[in-house]
Design a protein around this ligand. Structure first.
Ligand code: PEP
Length: 279
């Protein structure tokens, strides 16, 4: 079934690149992929620039008809009002954002972002017609205690209860063990698969198997072109949320091409086993 989910490679630029650097990057990325005859239906690509660069990236993507989606790194749970420095979901949707990262561990750490306002942000994002990328994952302490899966699944459970089936289908979850983010050492392929399967299992128990098979679960935490194929060994890992490796167009384009390769292989295997079962 994973063969039917198009993987997503989403670049979380964090606080890097002004709007000029951002447009230069996107042009270079697009050129590298076209030069490699990349088939854009194999994998979805998204860039999450800082707020200040979203408009410039949007204009470029539209004028050059690039197959690159745009996302935001954060959103307000409120729709308008006297909230200095905040940006609403409607504002992001008007800039053609498709995705919003919610609950990233850096926002949970450096800003007062907790499970309660993560729920509200997810609802605001869905209501505006965009897809949340909900970030969850244990710190080193939970891993040491051996409760990493319960912890990550618990973070998802609090957020997804009371969604409609359609809203649940539109959720993406990024399993990002905090200890692996920006450290150069990723989790193992087995860790990524176990967490992705546990998260999908929660969706299956809550919304049924049909919805669960539509939800994309990404891995994040020191993923790059060298470990992308390895980290996607498990069938429940549907791509990546990428920090550091998304800041270099060459590295990022390699990673996207490798994810597409895995997706093609999965499709081929699924077709073969379907043919086998009909004979
Ligand atoms: C992230 O911060 O979402 C992330 C995955 O970062 P990195 O790839 O740099 O570990």
């Amino acid at each position: 079934m994973s063969a039917l989910r198009v993987p997503l490679v989403a670049g979380n630029w964090k606080m890097h690149f002004d709007h000029l650097q951002a447009t230069y990057f996107v042009q270079k990325l697009s050129w590298l992929l076209r030069d490699a005859h990349f088939n854009f239906s194999d994998a979805e690509i998204a860039i999450m620039p800082p707020f200040t660069a979203i408009r410039s990236v949007q204009v470029l993507v539209h004028s050059d008809r690039m197959h690159i989606k745009i996302g935001a790194q954060n959103v307000s749970s409120l729709s308008e009002g006297a909230f200095t420095g905040d940006v609403s979901a409607e504002m992001l949707q008007k800039l053609d954002c498709s995705y919003v990262i919610i609950g990233h561990s850096e926002r949970r750490k450096y800003h007062p972002e907790d499970d309660a306002n993560v729920v509200d942000k997810v609802r605001a994002t869905l209501a505006a017609g965009m897809k949340p990328i909900l970030c969850v994952g244990e710190s080193f302490e939970e891993r040491r205690q051996g409760i990493e899966l319960d912890y990550a699944v618990g973070q998802v459970r609090d957020v997804i209860r009371d969604l409609s089936d359609k809203q649940a289908e539109n959720m993406l979850v990024a399993y990002e063990p905090v200890w692996a983010i920006g450290k150069g050492n990723s989790a193992t392929a087995q860790d990524a698969q176990d967490a992705a399967a546990a998260i999908r299992g929660l969706f299956a128990r809550t919304y049924g198997e049909r919805v669960a098979q539509k939800v994309r679960v990404l891995y994040g935490g020191s993923a790059n072109a060298s470990n992308a194929v390895y980290l996607m060994q498990g069938p429940d890992v549907d791509g990546f949320l990428v920090g550091g490796a998304s800041l270099d167009p060459l590295e990022f384009s390699k990673m996207i091409r490798l994810v597409a390769l895995v997706a093609r292989k999965r499709r081929k295997n699924a077709q073969a086993s379907e043919e086998e079962s009909t004979h």
